[in-house]
Design a protein around this ligand. Structure first.
Ligand code: FDA
Length: 308
């Protein structure tokens, strides 16, 4: 119930205004977000790389409402990638992009224009020696995002895409994406979805995650196991061994500020661990989805609100 309310609030402009006006203190948000500027992000990336971790950087923003804003998002990503390339860390740092931030929902030709902008981001990534993963938004965006990923891969074969185990369709999508060169980030899914499209219970979502993970590990692509769930992390390790995969043929991914001890433990055990580093001023939707995931995060937030 709390989760549904928080996910609804993540989409509500009234709730957004209330949260932005709250005297919450930067520290609360900074636990999950690297900062508001590109330099904040680069600083966080440097710190993670020094600790032996890999990163994927997300410039926060979604549901862009005008073309100029979508162009600005593209330009921010290309500037960020140039910065990462100059710093010589393209080998360890990639970027994550939401098509809605690039204007996919704009009328009349948002999908086509967002794809053009994504192409510019992919070209900048290639020049910096790295690549792009397309984030996945709610179920209404799945087909378009998978189609965009396929189109981009024709020119930029390392482009990755996210699949969400909460969706009933995802096992079938995994089967389509087990080919050589494919890069799939498997997550549980962070959006409120209707029951015809998504599993409702945690158990069903977790079982779907394991089925999808098995397909990806037994396939020929590069699975990116994005979860903080200790049970699923253990199962991923077992499935990788069973599939005869060397440690460099898959990776674990976690969000910035979450289970940092586990990130370090896995890296020390020789696993590739990539941390998802969000930055930017438009942190509201991302932050609310993190609160929805974990009551402990909500308590932390409410306590900080109380303390001003
Ligand atoms: P879940 O939230 O069910 O937690 C399972 C267990 O993990 C908990 O019981 C606890 O043991 C442990 N745990 C979780 N959080 C913890 C914490 N803060 N401290 C300690 N233990 C904790 N979603 C999406 O829809 N589209 C996308 O593109 C992405 N992209 C993405 C990238 C990356 C790198 C990650 C890690 C996640 C995403 N997500 C996402 C978010 C994803 O869908 C999901 O909402 C979150 O990862 C939370 O789900 P978990 O798998 O971590 O399990």
């Amino acid at each position: 119930m709390t989760r549904q309310l928080l996910l609804a609030a993540a989409r509500s402009s009234a709730a957004r205004r209330a949260v932005l006006a709250a005297p919450m203190g930067r520290a609360v948000v900074r636990r999950f977000i690297a900062g508001e500027t590109r330099e904040d992000a680069v600083r966080a990336v440097d710190q993670l790389i020094v600790r032996g971790l890999h990163v994927t950087v997300d410039h926060l923003g979604e549901d862009t409402t005008d073309p100029a804003r979508a162009d600005a998002v593209r330009d921010e990503y290309t500037a960020l990638l140039a910065r990462l390339g100059t710093a010589g860390i393209g080998g360890r740092a990639e970027v994550s992009v939401k098509l809605s931030a690039l204007g996919s929902a704009l009328r009349p030709d948002g999908h086509r224009r967002a794809l053009e902008r994504a192409r510019a981001v992919c070209a900048a990534a290639e020049a910096a020696g790295t690549t792009v993963t397309l984030d996945m938004e709610d179920h209404t965006a799945t087909d378009d995002t998978l189609a965009a990923a396929a189109e981009l891969r024709a020119d930029f074969p390392r482009v990755g895409v996210v699949l969400q185990s909460c969706l009933r369709r995802t096992e079938a999508d995994c089967r389509e994406l087990v080919h050589t060169g494919s890069r799939v980030r498997l997550v549980k899914g962070a959006y409120a979805e209707p029951s015809w499209a998504a599993f409702r219970s945690r158990g069903e979502v977790d079982r779907s995650y394991v089925r999808c993970l098995r397909l990806l590990m037994e396939g020929n692509g590069y699975p990116m196991v994005a979860t903080h769930d200790p049970r699923l992390i253990e199962i991923a390790g077992t499935l990788a061994v069973r599939a005869g995969r060397p440690q460099d043929s898959y990776e674990f991914q976690m969000l910035y500020g979450i289970r940092e001890d586990e990130q370090r433990r896995l890296a020390a055990a020789g696993e590739t661990v990539r941390v998802y580093v969000p930055y930017g001023g438009d942190w509201y939707g991302y932050f609310m989805r993190r609160l929805a995931e974990r009551p402990a995060n909500l308590g932390f937030f409410l306590r900080a609100l109380g303390h001003g």
